[in-house]
Design a protein around this ligand. Structure first.
Ligand SMILES: [Zn+2]
Ligand SMILES: [Zn+2]
Length: 407
């Protein structure tokens, strides 16, 4: 693994290989095609679970490329396709296709035409990249020593889509799975590759503090849930600082507090919502245990009860070490500079695939002006063909490695 400060190796050799594989004219037309696809999707964003027109469009683009749609893996939205034949190994490439309930604030000529909906996480780009990878793999189909399954996954933002894809059976026989996410703070031309944890487990919670309502002027006649909730919020801050080791990391954020209806009434309940982010299953379990103890203990100290509803989110994205090191070589071959990114506390349901088969999730540099989910989110479209070449080459290399193992 290289640090972000190190220079890429074998620059000259890569250029030569790059020229051999992709003639310049084709490259330009290829880039334009992917931009066109991304912009179409960007204009027509659809929310998680509602990606019907998006799915139809993907189907059309794949059919134009002559790619077989694998309708035997049935999904309500999203689709699976397959390239290659024979009974060689199978690897999978995944793109997420859903948008967010955000009102777009870019002034782009291809800005969202759907009020209150926006591709603010760049899944439009991921989809275009996977269509691009499909085109490249289709061109090399007869040389493929196995099959590449393309997973156009719905509902990533709700963290339910990966499980739908798994339930469809689309991961059957798959020996390795690859996916990527655009990364605004990495430069175009770089790819973030990291073995081990890359993205966090993203759990949620709802705490319901029981109080006893009373007149605001007579608090001794009731139990004030706002005071209890305030102490819970404060006490929760000590979990990360006192129960998580200095080498480990975690985040607990209370993001909503709801209580009360009038200035002169002590209400009878308070509700707290928030999220917990962790990179390690042991830390995840320890925080959950301490969370329940702290909430119950603080409530008891004030003579009341509080219930915790724990919303188990996707586990951490944990990358396979051998796939990660093999990917560095592939990245160099397609002209990308690999860097070793810090783990991000964001969540990604790609992790569900990694619970089933070895997987690698990458960050593709897109020189974006804003973080994910910002209303003016955008990305540098020069990253699209780079991502497509990267995914296609990763699938090809993984098939070759698996073939060698089988021989
Ligand atoms: Zn997102
Ligand atoms: Zn995303």
């Amino acid at each position: 693994m290289k640090s972000e400060l190190e220079q890429p190796k074998q620059q000259a050799g890569q250029e030569e290989r790059g020229k051999q594989r992709i003639p310049a004219e084709t490259d330009e037309a290829f880039a334009e095609r992917l931009i066109e696809i991304r912009r179409h999707l960007h204009r027509h964003p659809e929310l998680s679970g509602e990606e019907r027109e998006t799915t139809d469009a993907i189907r059309g683009w794949l059919e134009e490329e002559g790619v077989r749609i694998a309708d035997e893996y049935s999904l309500r939205t999203g689709l699976v396709a397959e390239i290659g034949q024979g009974d060689g190994p199978v690897v999978a490439l995944r793109a997420d296709i859903d948008a967010l309930p955000i009102q777009e604030e870019t002034k782009l000529e291809f800005a969202s035409q759907a009020a209150g909906k926006m591709h603010a996480c760049g899944h439009d780009a991921h989809t275009a990249i996977l269509i691009g990878a499909a085109r490249l793999l289709k061109q090399r189909e007869f040389g493929l020593p196995g099959k590449v399954r393309l997973l156009f996954q719905p509902s990533e933002e709700k963290a339910t889509g990966a499980r739908q894809v798994i339930q469809s059976g689309a991961l059957s026989e798959v020996r390795a799975v690859f996916g990527l996410h655009n990364k605004p703070d990495l430069q175009v031309g770089t790819v973030g590759i990291r073995e081990g944890a890359l993205l966090a487990a993203a759990d949620g919670f709802v705490v319901n503090v029981e109080g006893v309502g009373t007149h605001a002027a007579v608090p001794e006649a009731g139990i004030d849930p706002i005071v209890v909730a305030s102490h819970i919020v404060t006490a929760l801050q000590a979990i990360v600082s006192r129960n998580v080791g200095a080498q480990e990391s975690a985040v607990i954020s209370v993001t909503k507090i709801h209580s009360g209806t009038a200035w002169n009434v002590i209400p009878d309940q308070a509700i707290l919502d928030g999220t917990v982010r962790t990179f390690d299953e042991k830390v995840r379990a320890r925080i959950r245990e301490r969370f329940n103890q702290v909430v119950a203990g603080v409530a008891a100290a004030y003579g009341t009860r509080a219930t915790v509803r724990w919303i188990q989110g996707p586990p951490a994205v944990v990358n396979d070490a051998s796939l990660a090191s093999a990917a560095e070589q592939v990245a160099g071959e397609v002209g990308l500079n690999s860097v070793r990114p810090l783990p991000s506390p964001a969540g990604e349901d790609f992790s569900f695939y990694q619970k089933e088969v070895p997987g690698l999730f990458l960050f593709l540099g897109t020189s974006g002006p804003h973080e994910w989910h910002h209303p003016a989110f955008d990305l540098d479209e020069r990253a699209l063909p780079l991502g497509a070449h990267l995914l296609a080459a990763l699938a090809e290399q993984a098939l070759q490695n698996l073939q060698v193992q089988n021989d």
